[in-house]
Design a protein around this ligand. Structure first.
Ligand SMILES: [Zn+2]
Length: 302
Protein backbone atom coordinates (compact mmCIF):
# COMPACT_ATOMS: atom_id res chain seq x y z
CA UNK A 1 0.00 0.00 0.00
CA UNK A 2 1.13 3.49 -0.78
CA UNK A 3 0.97 4.30 2.95
CA UNK A 4 4.39 2.69 3.17
CA UNK A 5 5.76 5.88 1.67
CA UNK A 6 3.82 8.31 3.82
CA UNK A 7 7.00 9.55 5.48
CA UNK A 8 9.75 9.00 2.91
CA UNK A 9 7.88 10.39 -0.11
CA UNK A 10 5.48 12.82 1.53
CA UNK A 11 4.70 14.89 -1.53
CA UNK A 12 4.20 11.98 -3.92
CA UNK A 13 2.21 10.10 -1.27
CA UNK A 14 -0.19 12.99 -0.81
CA UNK A 15 -0.89 13.37 -4.52
CA UNK A 16 -1.50 9.67 -5.14
CA UNK A 17 -3.42 9.06 -1.93
CA UNK A 18 -5.83 11.84 -2.75
CA UNK A 19 -6.45 10.45 -6.22
CA UNK A 20 -7.07 6.98 -4.83
CA UNK A 21 -9.45 8.26 -2.19
CA UNK A 22 -11.43 10.24 -4.74
CA UNK A 23 -11.24 7.38 -7.19
CA UNK A 24 -9.81 9.80 -9.72
CA UNK A 25 -6.68 8.19 -11.04
CA UNK A 26 -5.21 9.56 -14.25
CA UNK A 27 -5.08 7.59 -17.47
CA UNK A 28 -1.36 8.10 -17.67
CA UNK A 29 1.41 8.81 -15.20
CA UNK A 30 5.00 9.62 -15.85
CA UNK A 31 7.20 8.97 -12.83
CA UNK A 32 10.45 10.83 -12.83
CA UNK A 33 12.82 8.82 -10.63
CA UNK A 34 15.37 11.56 -9.92
CA UNK A 35 17.77 8.70 -9.29
CA UNK A 36 15.58 7.25 -6.57
CA UNK A 37 15.59 3.46 -6.70
CA UNK A 38 12.41 3.25 -4.68
CA UNK A 39 10.37 4.40 -7.66
CA UNK A 40 9.32 0.99 -8.99
CA UNK A 41 8.53 -0.40 -5.51
CA UNK A 42 6.41 2.69 -4.83
CA UNK A 43 4.63 2.34 -8.16
CA UNK A 44 3.85 -1.32 -7.36
CA UNK A 45 2.35 -0.32 -4.01
CA UNK A 46 0.25 2.24 -5.86
CA UNK A 47 -0.90 -0.48 -8.26
CA UNK A 48 -1.89 -2.66 -5.31
CA UNK A 49 -3.96 0.21 -4.01
CA UNK A 50 -5.75 0.35 -7.33
CA UNK A 51 -6.63 -3.34 -7.36
CA UNK A 52 -6.66 -4.57 -3.79
CA UNK A 53 -10.14 -5.38 -2.43
CA UNK A 54 -8.97 -4.51 1.08
CA UNK A 55 -8.09 -0.94 0.24
CA UNK A 56 -11.00 0.44 2.21
CA UNK A 57 -9.13 -0.84 5.21
CA UNK A 58 -7.17 2.37 4.96
CA UNK A 59 -4.51 2.25 7.61
CA UNK A 60 -3.92 -1.47 7.60
CA UNK A 61 -1.45 -3.34 5.52
CA UNK A 62 -3.17 -5.88 3.30
CA UNK A 63 -1.94 -9.29 4.33
CA UNK A 64 -3.68 -12.21 2.84
CA UNK A 65 -5.07 -11.03 -0.43
CA UNK A 66 -4.30 -13.01 -3.54
CA UNK A 67 -4.25 -9.92 -5.73
CA UNK A 68 -1.48 -8.21 -3.77
CA UNK A 69 0.36 -11.50 -3.64
CA UNK A 70 0.13 -11.87 -7.42
CA UNK A 71 1.28 -8.28 -7.97
CA UNK A 72 4.27 -8.88 -5.71
CA UNK A 73 5.20 -11.91 -7.80
CA UNK A 74 4.44 -10.28 -11.13
CA UNK A 75 1.84 -12.87 -12.08
CA UNK A 76 -1.20 -10.60 -11.94
CA UNK A 77 -2.78 -10.76 -15.39
CA UNK A 78 -4.16 -7.23 -15.45
CA UNK A 79 -0.74 -5.76 -14.82
CA UNK A 80 1.93 -5.80 -17.49
CA UNK A 81 5.46 -4.59 -16.89
CA UNK A 82 7.51 -3.69 -19.93
CA UNK A 83 11.23 -3.09 -19.94
CA UNK A 84 13.88 -2.60 -22.60
CA UNK A 85 14.61 -5.64 -24.74
CA UNK A 86 18.31 -5.01 -25.22
CA UNK A 87 19.01 -1.32 -25.80
CA UNK A 88 15.46 -0.28 -26.58
CA UNK A 89 11.82 -0.85 -25.93
CA UNK A 90 10.55 -2.00 -29.30
CA UNK A 91 7.34 -1.63 -31.19
CA UNK A 92 6.71 -5.39 -31.07
CA UNK A 93 6.56 -5.15 -27.29
CA UNK A 94 3.93 -2.43 -27.52
CA UNK A 95 1.98 -4.44 -30.11
CA UNK A 96 1.96 -7.42 -27.80
CA UNK A 97 0.73 -5.23 -24.96
CA UNK A 98 -2.05 -3.86 -27.10
CA UNK A 99 -3.09 -7.36 -28.05
CA UNK A 100 -3.05 -8.51 -24.44
CA UNK A 101 -5.08 -5.51 -23.34
CA UNK A 102 -7.63 -5.64 -26.12
CA UNK A 103 -9.48 -8.47 -24.42
CA UNK A 104 -11.59 -7.88 -21.34
CA UNK A 105 -9.71 -7.64 -18.09
CA UNK A 106 -9.20 -11.01 -16.53
CA UNK A 107 -9.04 -10.28 -12.85
CA UNK A 108 -10.96 -7.09 -12.29
CA UNK A 109 -12.30 -4.12 -14.17
CA UNK A 110 -9.05 -2.24 -14.65
CA UNK A 111 -5.75 -2.87 -16.37
CA UNK A 112 -2.40 -1.26 -15.72
CA UNK A 113 0.77 -1.30 -17.70
CA UNK A 114 4.12 -0.08 -16.43
CA UNK A 115 6.92 0.92 -18.76
CA UNK A 116 10.31 0.85 -17.05
CA UNK A 117 13.07 3.05 -18.50
CA UNK A 118 10.58 4.81 -20.72
CA UNK A 119 13.39 6.97 -22.12
CA UNK A 120 14.39 3.82 -24.00
CA UNK A 121 11.24 3.70 -26.10
CA UNK A 122 12.43 3.76 -29.70
CA UNK A 123 10.70 5.97 -32.25
CA UNK A 124 8.22 3.35 -33.46
CA UNK A 125 7.38 2.23 -29.95
CA UNK A 126 6.93 5.88 -28.90
CA UNK A 127 4.49 6.43 -31.71
CA UNK A 128 2.52 3.36 -30.87
CA UNK A 129 2.27 4.24 -27.18
CA UNK A 130 1.27 7.75 -28.20
CA UNK A 131 -1.72 6.33 -30.02
CA UNK A 132 -2.60 4.45 -26.86
CA UNK A 133 -2.39 7.66 -24.83
CA UNK A 134 -4.34 9.74 -27.33
CA UNK A 135 -7.35 7.48 -27.16
CA UNK A 136 -7.35 6.45 -23.53
CA UNK A 137 -9.69 3.66 -22.62
CA UNK A 138 -11.69 4.15 -19.49
CA UNK A 139 -10.21 1.17 -17.69
CA UNK A 140 -6.56 1.31 -18.71
CA UNK A 141 -3.89 3.10 -16.70
CA UNK A 142 -0.43 3.71 -18.14
CA UNK A 143 2.52 4.23 -15.81
CA UNK A 144 5.80 5.29 -17.36
CA UNK A 145 8.95 5.41 -15.28
CA UNK A 146 12.03 7.30 -16.42
CA UNK A 147 15.43 8.53 -15.31
CA UNK A 148 15.40 11.23 -17.95
CA UNK A 149 12.08 12.77 -18.80
CA UNK A 150 13.75 14.98 -21.40
CA UNK A 151 14.55 12.06 -23.64
CA UNK A 152 10.90 11.19 -23.97
CA UNK A 153 8.81 12.51 -26.84
CA UNK A 154 7.27 15.79 -25.71
CA UNK A 155 3.89 14.70 -27.07
CA UNK A 156 4.01 11.77 -24.66
CA UNK A 157 5.10 13.91 -21.71
CA UNK A 158 2.31 16.39 -22.26
CA UNK A 159 -0.30 13.63 -22.06
CA UNK A 160 0.86 12.32 -18.70
CA UNK A 161 0.51 13.44 -15.15
CA UNK A 162 4.09 13.92 -14.04
CA UNK A 163 5.04 12.59 -10.64
CA UNK A 164 8.50 13.61 -9.61
CA UNK A 165 10.07 11.47 -6.90
CA UNK A 166 12.07 13.07 -4.13
CA UNK A 167 15.69 12.09 -4.19
CA UNK A 168 16.69 9.31 -1.84
CA UNK A 169 18.45 9.86 1.45
CA UNK A 170 21.85 9.87 -0.19
CA UNK A 171 21.32 13.26 -1.81
CA UNK A 172 22.46 16.32 0.10
CA UNK A 173 19.78 18.27 1.80
CA UNK A 174 20.83 21.70 0.69
CA UNK A 175 17.80 21.94 -1.56
CA UNK A 176 15.42 21.22 1.23
CA UNK A 177 16.85 23.78 3.60
CA UNK A 178 16.19 27.25 2.36
CA UNK A 179 19.42 28.54 3.80
CA UNK A 180 20.66 32.00 2.98
CA UNK A 181 23.39 30.48 0.88
CA UNK A 182 20.83 28.56 -1.14
CA UNK A 183 18.76 31.67 -1.71
CA UNK A 184 21.87 33.49 -2.90
CA UNK A 185 22.57 30.71 -5.35
CA UNK A 186 19.00 30.88 -6.61
CA UNK A 187 19.41 34.60 -7.17
CA UNK A 188 22.60 34.15 -9.19
CA UNK A 189 21.01 31.44 -11.28
CA UNK A 190 18.03 33.64 -12.00
CA UNK A 191 20.29 36.54 -13.05
CA UNK A 192 22.27 34.25 -15.26
CA UNK A 193 19.22 32.79 -17.01
CA UNK A 194 17.53 36.15 -17.47
CA UNK A 195 20.67 37.56 -19.12
CA UNK A 196 21.07 34.45 -21.22
CA UNK A 197 17.48 34.61 -22.43
CA UNK A 198 17.57 38.33 -23.25
CA UNK A 199 21.16 38.93 -24.39
CA UNK A 200 21.81 35.57 -26.04
CA UNK A 201 25.38 34.60 -26.72
CA UNK A 202 26.53 38.10 -25.65
CA UNK A 203 26.20 36.67 -22.14
CA UNK A 204 29.75 35.39 -22.60
CA UNK A 205 31.00 38.98 -22.34
CA UNK A 206 29.74 39.29 -18.78
CA UNK A 207 30.21 35.65 -17.79
CA UNK A 208 32.67 36.52 -15.01
CA UNK A 209 30.23 38.74 -13.18
CA UNK A 210 27.28 36.47 -13.88
CA UNK A 211 28.85 33.13 -13.20
CA UNK A 212 32.51 32.80 -12.28
CA UNK A 213 32.20 35.16 -9.30
CA UNK A 214 29.74 32.73 -7.71
CA UNK A 215 30.68 29.33 -9.02
CA UNK A 216 34.37 28.59 -8.84
CA UNK A 217 35.01 24.97 -7.93
CA UNK A 218 33.79 21.82 -9.58
CA UNK A 219 31.51 21.26 -6.60
CA UNK A 220 29.90 24.68 -7.13
CA UNK A 221 29.27 23.71 -10.73
CA UNK A 222 27.54 20.52 -9.72
CA UNK A 223 25.16 22.50 -7.57
CA UNK A 224 24.74 25.26 -10.15
CA UNK A 225 23.86 22.84 -12.96
CA UNK A 226 21.39 21.11 -10.70
CA UNK A 227 19.78 24.49 -10.00
CA UNK A 228 19.80 25.43 -13.68
CA UNK A 229 17.86 22.27 -14.46
CA UNK A 230 15.38 23.03 -11.68
CA UNK A 231 14.99 26.53 -13.09
CA UNK A 232 14.14 25.35 -16.58
CA UNK A 233 11.87 22.71 -15.10
CA UNK A 234 9.96 25.51 -13.41
CA UNK A 235 9.78 27.29 -16.76
CA UNK A 236 8.42 24.11 -18.30
CA UNK A 237 5.90 23.59 -15.52
CA UNK A 238 4.76 27.17 -15.87
CA UNK A 239 4.29 26.67 -19.57
CA UNK A 240 2.16 23.59 -18.93
CA UNK A 241 0.08 25.43 -16.33
CA UNK A 242 1.61 23.36 -13.62
CA UNK A 243 2.93 24.52 -10.32
CA UNK A 244 6.35 26.17 -10.16
CA UNK A 245 8.25 24.02 -7.69
CA UNK A 246 11.48 25.78 -6.82
CA UNK A 247 12.02 29.35 -7.94
CA UNK A 248 8.87 30.83 -6.39
CA UNK A 249 10.56 34.19 -5.80
CA UNK A 250 11.19 34.71 -9.49
CA UNK A 251 7.76 34.10 -10.96
CA UNK A 252 7.79 37.21 -13.14
CA UNK A 253 11.03 36.15 -14.78
CA UNK A 254 9.87 32.56 -15.13
CA UNK A 255 6.68 33.76 -16.78
CA UNK A 256 8.65 35.89 -19.22
CA UNK A 257 11.11 33.12 -20.07
CA UNK A 258 8.34 30.60 -20.58
CA UNK A 259 6.73 32.97 -23.09
CA UNK A 260 10.04 33.32 -24.95
CA UNK A 261 10.50 29.57 -25.36
CA UNK A 262 8.53 26.81 -27.01
CA UNK A 263 7.98 23.57 -25.15
CA UNK A 264 10.57 21.82 -27.32
CA UNK A 265 13.01 24.64 -26.82
CA UNK A 266 12.87 24.25 -23.06
CA UNK A 267 13.38 20.49 -23.33
CA UNK A 268 16.32 21.11 -25.68
CA UNK A 269 17.93 23.44 -23.14
CA UNK A 270 17.46 21.05 -20.24
CA UNK A 271 19.12 18.31 -22.28
CA UNK A 272 22.07 20.61 -22.99
CA UNK A 273 22.49 21.29 -19.29
CA UNK A 274 22.31 17.55 -18.58
CA UNK A 275 25.11 17.01 -21.15
CA UNK A 276 27.20 19.64 -19.40
CA UNK A 277 26.70 17.74 -16.17
CA UNK A 278 28.12 14.70 -17.91
CA UNK A 279 31.15 16.64 -19.15
CA UNK A 280 31.72 17.90 -15.65
CA UNK A 281 32.19 14.31 -14.51
CA UNK A 282 35.03 13.78 -16.97
CA UNK A 283 37.10 16.68 -15.71
CA UNK A 284 36.33 19.19 -18.40
CA UNK A 285 37.93 22.64 -18.26
CA UNK A 286 35.40 24.72 -16.34
CA UNK A 287 35.78 27.96 -18.29
CA UNK A 288 35.45 26.25 -21.63
CA UNK A 289 32.55 24.19 -20.37
CA UNK A 290 30.67 27.32 -19.40
CA UNK A 291 31.35 29.07 -22.72
CA UNK A 292 30.15 25.99 -24.54
CA UNK A 293 27.00 25.84 -22.45
CA UNK A 294 26.16 29.47 -23.19
CA UNK A 295 26.65 28.86 -26.91
CA UNK A 296 24.55 25.69 -26.76
CA UNK A 297 21.74 27.35 -24.87
CA UNK A 298 21.58 30.40 -27.08
CA UNK A 299 22.03 28.71 -30.42
CA UNK A 300 25.37 30.49 -30.70
CA UNK A 301 24.23 33.37 -32.87
CA UNK A 302 26.15 36.58 -32.19
ZN1 LIG B 1 -4.48 -6.78 -1.12
Amino acid sequence: MIDKYKETQKRVYKILKKELENDKCSHAYLFETNGNEETLPLVLEFVKDIFCPNKTNKEKECVNCTICHKIDNNIFLDLKIIEPDGMWIKKEQMDELQKDFSSKSVEGNKKVYIIKNAEKLNVQASNSILKFLEEPEENIIAILITNNIYQILSTIVSRCQIISMDKGESSDHLFENKTEEYLEYQKSINNFVVTLETKGVQTIVSINKLWHDYFKERQDYELAFELLILYYKDVLNYKLNRKVENFFDYLTDIEKISSLNSFNNIIFKINKIISSQEYLKVNANLNLLMDKLVIDLTGGIL
